[in-house]
Every structure is written in structure tokens, then in C-alpha cells.
Design a protein around this ligand. Structure first.
Ligand code: ADP
Ligand code: MG
Ligand code: MG
Length: 350
């Protein structure tokens, strides 16, 4: 029997457009002999719209952007049960990034609805989205990372002088200031001195009530893909070479000038250190399905973990699928594996 797959994309986040491109790519690559595919579009203002079943690859991104007038009225129960009170999907494939997509909230909804879904569960998604929680768990796993300081808005408002002093005392220049709960480099800036640090912190507080300040590191940025559940596999490594000062939002999505070098030129020692760290990071966060682990590798071959992304970019030209392609897993095979892993995890839980 064909599996019914709900493709969930769009979303109320800064990464709405990226998600639409991913959904278009997945609809082009998924095997229609194996799956009945149902598009579920979350509009920018948060409406959930279920479109007609897809029976062949979509031709353009517009085809996936339904207007509420064009589709039958939707409410949440329609996503759970059909007219015969049967579950609508065998598996849901969330292709969402950022807030309300990658942070455990949609995952929680899918748990409540009792659907198998692709990728990470509630805990891993939420912990992976909060850079402070993520780093605290990485310390527990003994993973090497750059020094950092963190605080919430209330602490900043009541003692900015002390906090700046703490940053200067614990961290070296330059510093990277980040909102704790975002991705895609949104709200991140590099500070070279005290004045820039204050500005960067105030800027980051526009996006979140929690901010992290990290010591800057001069290093290559190298990433690895992890795929699996209890016994995850790790891909070859890939290096990112941004032409901008750091890997910011523009270089990630807009200008296409960033070079991805796969496989990365690293020694076998560095590669095995990274593999070991990638699996330890995956396990400490209790990840499942898909993770991209991002590292800093210094001139002296020291490896620091930067972060994990629990829903990494997933277009065919994104790092994660390319890493797997170079490891021998094609994009359509990756989609199959992720769907199988989702069902496996759900079955084991029952
Ligand atoms: P996001 O989750 O938004 O991708 P990152 O923590 O990966 O956030 O930061 C985005 C980019 O900023 C990194 O890819 C890197 O180029 C740069 N960066 C972040 N932290 C540091 C740091 N401590 N030292 C040097 N560069 C950094
Ligand atoms: Mg990230
Ligand atoms: Mg990153």
C-alpha cells in the first residue's frame, strides 16, 4: 500500500520562502509510485491550508501557495481525521525552519495528533533551537566549544555594566552576539570593542529575551550530516567558505556566493574527531532522523562544536543533502530514509 505523506511547509517565520523552495524540491524528487502526497501550506499569517493531492512533481513554487478561497475550508480536525474518522496521513514531513517549525512546537502538535513525523522530536528540537541550552548539554557531553556568557533582558536592564565586564573578563575579542533562539544568522553580529558589544546586545534583544555572547574564533567552518535514530550514521564533511565577514543571512540565502567544498580537506584525525563529536551531540540532545552538526576547525586542527541544526536546509543544493549525495545517498533516497526513520521511531514508541 502506498504511504500517505503530508508535506508541511511555509510557516510563520523568516524562513517561509526557504521552506517553499524546499517543498518544491521535495515534490519534484519524491517517488509518486511509493507515496500519495498531500501538501499542507502554512501561510505567513499562520493559516493552515490543505491543498489537493499531488500526483506529479509541481512545476513551480506558486503551485504550492494556495489561497484560502481556493481550497476547502480547513480546520485542525481535518488534518487529523477524514470523513470516516481515519487518520489522514501515515507520516507528516515538516519542511519548516526556525520558530514554530524547528523548535519543538509543531513537533508537539504532531505528537498530540499521534502522527509519525520526519525528523527530531520535541525535546531535541527545542534544545537544539536554544543556543544556551544546547551548549549546556554539549558541556555535559564533554564537547569542546568556545567560551560564552548568557543573560536575559531583565538582567541586562538591571546590570548592563556588570555584564559587559563579565564578557570582557571571560571572553576575548572579537565577540559574537546572538539571540538564543534563532537560526539563519538572524540578529547575530560581531563586536570588535565595548561600544559595538553594547549595540550588538541591544540588537540581539530585538529578537529574543535571551542573548548569548561568544568568544570569536578564527577557524574554518566544517559541517557533517547525521542520519538515523538509535544508531546514527555520519556523512562526509563539507566546508563552508563565505565571502562575507561571517556566514550571515545574505550569504546563506541571497547572494549564492558562498562556496561549499565537499568533501572538506581535512586530515583523517580531524574527520574522526568530528564524527565522534557529531554522534555525541546527536545523542545528548536525543535527536532522531536528521541533524547537521557544525564545527569550527582551527589552523592547529582543534575542533570545536558550534551548533547542531535539527532541520537543516534541505533543498538539493543545501549542505545536508549534498553531504549525503557525496556519501552515496541520493536526494530521493534521503527522503525515503527519513520517512522510514519517522515510522520506525513512532512504532518503537508505541
Ligand atoms: P545560526 O544558528 O544562526 O546559523 P551560528 O551560531 O551558526 O548561528 O552563527 C552564524 C555564523 O556566525 C557562523 O556560521 C559563523 O560564520 C559566525 N560565528 C558564529 N559564532 C562564531 C564564533 N564564536 N566565532 C567565529 N564565528 C562565529
Ligand atoms: Mg543554527
Ligand atoms: Mg549556523
Amino acid at each position: 500500500m502506498k504511504k500517505r505523506v503530508g508535506l508541511l511547509y511555509g510557516g510563520k517565520s523568516a524562513e517561509h520562502e526557504v521552506s517553499l523552495s524546499t517543498a518544491t524540491a521535495v515534490s519534484k524528487a519524491i517517488d509518486y509510485e511509493k507515496y500519495d502526497v498531500y501538501p499542507i501550506f502554512i501561510t505567513l499569517d499562520g493559516q493552515w491550508l490543505r491543498g489537493p493531492q499531488l500526483t506529479k512533481p509541481v512545476e513551480s513554487i506558486e503551485q504550492l501557495q494556495f489561497k484560502s478561497e481556493e481550497v476547502s475550508p480547513n480546520n485542525i480536525t481535518e488534518f487529523i481525521l477524514d470523513n470516516n474518522s481515519q487518520a489522514q496521513f501515515d507520516v507528516v514531513f515538516p519542511l519548516l525552519h526556525g520558530t514554530n517549525g524547528e523548535d519543538g512546537t509543531v513537533q508537539g502538535l504532531l505528537e498530540v495528533l499521534n502522527f509519525p513525523y520526519v525528523g527530531n522530536g520535541v525535546l531535541a528540537s527545542a534544545a537544539g533551537m536554544d543556543k544556551v541550552t544546547m551548549k549546556q548539554l554539549f558541556s555535559v557531553a564533554g564537547l569542546k566549544q568556545v567560551p560564552y556568557v548568557h543573560f536575559i533582558r531583565n538582567e541586562w536592564n538591571n546590570g548592563s555594566e556588570d555584564l559587559i565586564e563579565k564578557c570582557e573578563c571571560d571572553l576575548g575579542w572579537p565577540m559574537f552576539v546572538k539571540p538564543a533562539n534563532l537560526g539563519s544568522s538572524v540578529g547575530i553580529s560581531k563586536a570588535m570593542n565595548r561600544e559595538e558589544l553594547v549595540k550588538a546586545i541591544e540588537f540581539a534583544f530585538q529578537y529574543d529575551r535571551k542573548v548569548i555572547v561568544e568568544q570569536g574564533i578564527t577557524a574554518r567552518e566544517i559541517e557533517m550530516g547525521v542520519l538515523g535514530n538509535d544508531d546514527p550514521k555520519v556523512s562526509v564533511a563539507g566546508e563552508i567558505k563565505p565571502v562575507t565577514e561571517f556566514y550571515d543571512y545574505e550569504s546563506k540565502y541571497k547572494d549564492g556566493s558562498t562556496a561549499l567544498i565537499i568533501p572538506a580537506e581535512i586530515s583523517s584525525e580531524v574527520e574522526s574527531t568530528m564524527k565522534d563529536m557529531a554522534v555525541r551531540a546527536f545523542k545528548i540532545l536525543d535527536c532522531s532522523g536528521i541533524v547537521r552538526s557544525d564545527f569550527f576547525v582551527t589552523e592547529n586542527n582543534e575542533v570545536y562544536i558550534n551548533e547542531v541544526n535539527t532541520m537543516p536546509g534541505f533543498t538539493p543544493v543545501s549542505m545536508y543533502p549534498l553531504l549525503w549525495q557525496h556519501t552515496g545517498v541520493s536526494y530521493p533516497q534521503l527522503i525515503d530514509s527519513l520517512i522510514e526513520l519517522a515510522i520506525e521511531r513512532h512504532t518503537e514508541k508505541q
